[in-house]
Design a protein around this ligand. Structure first.
Ligand code: GAP
Length: 468
């Protein structure tokens, strides 16, 4: 039994373009493969997802700080993080049609383009996107820099700055949201895999003697709860314990939270986020004092030691890290797929309703005049819009008949439509229509803001257990 309301990603692609959520990028020049631009409603939805995440981790908890590091870091960061050596996809070419593919995506040995089975040897392809810094010659190797492939490294190299400036003791976390870039060999499936995307990452620093595996489970549970608060159905999420041979070079355990992005396929799951125990790899690899088994410095380039002195035990060590790493774009896609629903009207017409959680809805209230040729009604509707705007995102719309206006707001997930009619001029009251039930109630204009705010109350995590 499938719980995804959208039958496939294509349904969301079409809705997203039609209603101003997401447009194919650079369309006037024929597009740019797998690049997307977020429109007026898409930018609001993304912002609401990011704000919900930030509020939940940085504001509601007391053990997490936020930062915003540079996208372009010293190239040595990527040398010592292991990305220069290992951030590779394994590539193969079809000798017949010259198509190029990721080796791990070819499951039946057949070329997806021409069906042949004549392949070149697999070879590594580093997926970090390169750029050059400064006014330098094209072939100057010292100018090479990378656009970050993960936000995490900007957090690790700031560990000591944040810990000292904010006087933090373990355990504590640092959160960051921002763009990351990967020269993906096979991007695709709308905003699921792109070369430019946005991550929400949090590095949670703990003692080497903490119960790391339990902490991974703890953060998995926390994120399941947060996704639930965004309206994502639990049945559409699946936990994947990443097997040893698939773990990244820094990880001792990773659990991926998968979403049912492909309800129409036999294999419907794709990664929404991962929760990894990164050990002490990152802080120690960027530290000047770490020695290898032969007593040689692991990192002769670093000028800092990112170790931590634990006052109660009088011990100095490199903290271990539990990292929940989520994608903004994949969360947005999961949220839209889960919110999609269709309803048949009494006249037999199919209506699309995007049942977005109110905290995520791009527009919270649409103020609609029943007669746009009546200046008193229009004036009252516009005044209501202006009075609500400081409290919540509201729009005024008079570009169609009331049925059409309701349908348009349902399709973009607006929780409430407020109609100003002839009677409103008499009784100073308006009709508030609920997106999901289509039920209407009459509310006094003086009570309207409080009424809406009560019903839109942002979700707060009901339980915040102490971390282990
Ligand atoms: N710091 C660890 C890390 O970056 P990851 O599993 O490679 O881990 C974390 O990435 C999340 O970032 C993924 O679960 C996904 O949501 C998002 N992500 C990664 N690559 C992406 C891409 N090419 N397009 C869109 N989202 C991507």
């Amino acid at each position: 039994m499938y719980f995804v309301a959208a039958p496939n990603i294509d349904t969301i692609v079409s809705l997203a373009k039609r209603r101003g959520f997401v447009f194919p990028s650079s369309e006037v020049y024929g597009g740019l493969g797998s690049a997307w631009d977020y429109g007026p409603l898409g930018v609001e939805l993304c912002n609401n997802v990011k704000q919900s995440w930030w509020r939940w981790l940085v504001y509601e908890r007391d053990d997490i700080e936020g930062i915003d590091s540079s996208i372009i870091l010293n190239r040595l960061v990527w040398k010592y993080s292991g990305h220069e050596a290992t951030f590779n996809d394994s590539l193969i070419d079809c000798r017949k049609c010259k198509g190029r593919f990721r080796a791990d995506k070819i499951t039946d040995n057949k070329c997806p383009s021409c069906g042949a089975s004549d392949w070149t040897e697999a070879r590594p392809f580093n997926t970090m996107l390169q750029t050059k810094l400064g006014a330098v010659a094209d072939d100057d190797p010292t100018a090479l820099a990378y656009l970050r492939p993960e936000t995490a490294q900007g957090i690790f190299i700031n560990f000591l700055n944040v810990q000292t400036a904010m006087r933090r003791k373990l355990p504590f976390g640092i959160a960051q949201v921002g763009k990351s870039f990967r020269n993906e060999v096979t991007p695709g499936n709308f905003i699921l895999r792109t070369r430019e995307f946005e991550q929400m990452e949090m590095e949670y620093f703990v003692s080497p003697s903490a119960e790391h595996s339990k902490l991974v489970d703890y953060w998995v549970e926390q994120y399941l709860e947060w996704f639930g608060s965004l309206g994502i159905t639990r049945e559409n999420l699946y936990l994947y314990e990443v097997p040893g041979e698939e773990l990244a070079h820094y990880s001792k355990r990773t659990v991926d939270i998968m979403y049912r992005y492909f309800p129409e396929r036999e294999k419907p799951w794709e990664e929404l986020m991962g929760i990894a125990w990164r050990t002490d790899f990152d802080l120690s690899t960027h530290s000047k004092n770490r020695l290898d088994a032969e007593g040689k410095r692991v990192n002769p380039d670093s000028t800092e030691d990112l170790s931590y002195f634990d006052e109660p035990t009088k011990q100095r060590f490199y903290p271990h890290v539990i990292e929940p790493a989520a994608g903004v774009n994949r969360t947005v896609l999961a949220v839209m797929m889960d919110a999609y629903s269709e309803r048949t009207t009494d006249k037999g017409e199919t209506r699309v309703i995007l049942k977005l959680s109110p905290q995520l809805a791009p527009i919270k209230a649409a103020i609609l005049p029943l007669a746009k040729n009546k200046p008193e009604i229009v004036g009252m509707a516009k005044a209501i819009k202006r009075s609500l705007q400081p409290l919540l995102r509201a729009v005024y719309d008079d570009t169609g008949g009331i049925g059409k206006l309701y349908a348009r707001q349902d399709e973009i997930g607006t929780p409430f439509c407020i109609t100003v009619d002839h009677q409103s001029l008499e009784d100073e009251a308006v009709t508030v229509r609920d997106r999901d039930t289509w039920e209407q109630e009459r509310i006094k204009v003086t009570d309207l803001a409080e009424h809406l705010q009560k019903r839109l109350k942002p979700y707060t995590t009901p339980s915040l257990p102490e971390p282990i």
